[in-house]
Every structure is written in structure tokens, then in C-alpha cells.
Write a new protein. Structure first.
Lengths: 159, 144
């Protein structure tokens, strides 16, 4: 829909796109330009914040993600400087005693169990009950925020 | 964004032929160039993403798609438009073609694209993998 709405803008919107400009020479440029800008935004976002998921390549140094983190830090420091200072002052002014670090105890006591005991759930009824429980709990929680956002984005893409 | 609404008029403006019936043939050629290129080269993207990682493949694919779409907008004749669409299809293969070491969902190797593999690699909790399958719509996130 957006492709059709933005094509030939000199004919469709002569006030916004006067004839004699580049929009008349390339009448199908506008929808493609819009598309390219949207994809370019995706590229920038992906470069800055997308983390590698490949199991072996995950631990490679990623300059894009580092830049993204630095950017976020810079932005949050601009916004939260005042609130951070207030919180600091409040903590200093409070007379509460922080819990003292006790070093009188030796090593922490470990539990005496030897590890997870093997559970033999051969009972089919029990497993099917457990599965139906999972499914029942899962049903109302399908429409979480990421899913709704994706549905909205595809609605926009359909245009 | 799809090109279907205006592709007929675009081919008409190229003034290739006086016969109006032939315009649809050329419009069909332009439209299918994309999918043909995607089909021809797509398998390589999955294999490549196994070697160099998901992020470089996804980002170059996206950047290349943006470039090809821009070239398509500036196309003065049919040849350039065809080349631009073919290029777009070539660089769009990451969406569909599976990496070699595909993630197993529900213990079956799935023939899913790099994008879905990324999602599946992100989602590690078994219960949430069913929800992640709803995100199969991610393969639509590119202009056709």
C-alpha cells in the first residue's frame, strides 16, 4: 500500500513534490527511498545492538556492540546525572547502619546430599499431566510484549 | 515494500514496446528476477553464516537489500531494473537458507533460515521455543 501511495509523487501530490525536480525524472524513487531508509535504520540498530548467536563465534570481540554500549552509557549518563546525585546524597545522609561483613564463620556449610537423585518417572499419567499443565499455563501467556510488537510490525509491513 | 502496485506503470514508462500486452511479460520478469536470484544463491548464505557468524551475514544482507532497492528506484531502463532486483534477491538469501549446523527444534533438524536460526539460538528455554516459532513471520521482514 505504501509502495502504491508513494509512487509517481508529482502526479499524486503536486503541492509537496513540484514537477521539474528529481521526483519527476525518477517517479518511482520515493517508495524505494522510503524502503531503503527503513532498512538502513535496521542495519544501524543491528550493528550497534545485535549480539552474535552462533555458538562458536559468540565470544569474538564485537566493535559494533561495544559502540552501542558506549552510546547507551553516554545517553543514560546525560539523563540520569541529576537523579544519580540525589540518590547518592540521600544514601550518605541516612543514618542506617549497613550490615557488617562478618568474617567469624569459617567455610559455609555444604548440604550433605550427594547430588540430584535420579528420578524415575515411568508413570505415563504423571508425565501427561505435567505436559497438560505446561500447555494450560502456556496458553494465556502467548501474547507477551515481544509477540504483540511483532504482530504490529507485520501489520505495518503489510501496508 | 512490494513493487507490485506500480511495476506495470514503471515498465510502461521504460517505453520498451508499443504492444500493451507485452508489458505484463516484462513486469513479470522483473518481479520473478528477485525470487529466482534468491533461489539460486540462497543456499550459500546459510553455509557462510556458519563460517563467519550470523551477525555479518544478516547485516550485509540487509545493507545489500537497501542498496539494491535504491538502485531500483533510480533505474532508467529495464536492464538496470532487472539487475537491481536480481541483486536484491541475491543478497536476500539469508532469510530462507539454513546454516549447516541447524538448531534442532523439537528434536527435528529444521530447514529454516539464518534469521530463524538466530532466533532459535537466542531462545534456550524449551517452553519458549514454541513461542519463538510464532516468530517465523520474521522471514517477511524484507521488501519483496
Amino acid at each position: 500500500m505504501i509502495g502504491g501511495a508513494l509512487a509517481r509523487p508529482c502526479i499524486s501530490y503536486p503541492d509537496l513534490f513540484p514537477p521539474g525536480t528529481i521526483w519527476e525524472r525518477f517517479p518511482y524513487l520515493l517508495p524505494n527511498l522510503f524502503s531503503a531508509c527503513a532498512v538502513a535504520c535496521g542495519v544501524i540498530t543491528g550493528f550497534l545492538f545485535f549480539e552474535e548467536t552462533h555458538s562458536e563465534k559468540k565470544h569474538r570481540r564485537d566493535p559494533g556492540v561495544e559502540l552501542g554500549k558506549r552510546l547507551l552509557l553516554w545517553m543514560s549518563s546525560n539523563n540520569c546525572q541529576i537523579t544519580a546525585r540525589k540518590a547518592e546524597k540521600q544514601a550518605l545522609l541516612d543514618e542506617e547502619q549497613l550490615p557488617a561483613y562478618r568474617s567469624t564463620e569459617n567455610s559455609p556449610h555444604l548440604s550433605t546430599s550427594s547430588g540430584p537423585e535420579p528420578r524415575e518417572s515411568l508413570d505415563l499419567d504423571a508425565t501427561s499431566d505435567a505436559m497438560s499443565e505446561v500447555i494450560e499455563v502456556g496458553k494465556p501467556r502467548v501474547f507477551t510484549k515481544p509477540v504483540i510488537l511483532n504482530i504490529i510490525s507485520y501489520g505495518i509491513l503489510a501496508l | 515494500m512490494s513493487i507490485f502496485p506500480y511495476i506495470y506503470y514503471m515498465v510502461e514508462d521504460f517505453n520498451i514496446t508499443d504492444d500493451k500486452t507485452k508489458i505484463s511479460v516484462y513486469a513479470g520478469m522483473v518481479t520473478s528476477a528477485f525470487t529466482l536470484a534468491e533461489f539460486s544463491t540462497g543456499v550459500l548464505w546459510g553455509r557462510l553464516s556458519d563460517r563467519i557468524g550470523r551477525k555479518p551475514v544478516l547485516l550485509t544482507g540487509l545493507a545489500g537489500t537497501a542498496l539494491s532497492v535504491l538502485i531500483f528506484g533510480f533505474a532508467p531502463n529495464l536492464t538496470v531494473a532487472l539487475i537491481a532486483r536480481a541483486l536484491g534477491g541475491l543478497l536476500n538469501g539469508y532469510v530462507r537458507c539454513p546454516p549447516y549446523g541447524t538448531v534442532k527444534i523439537d528434536r527435528r533438524p529444521s530447514n529454516i533460515g539464518v534469521l530463524q536460526t538466530t532466533v532459535a539460538e537466542l531462545v534456550t528455554v524449551k517452553e519458549h521455543q514454541r513461542k519463538s516459532q510464532c516468530l517465523e513471520f520474521l522471514e517477511l521482514s524484507h521488501p519483496r
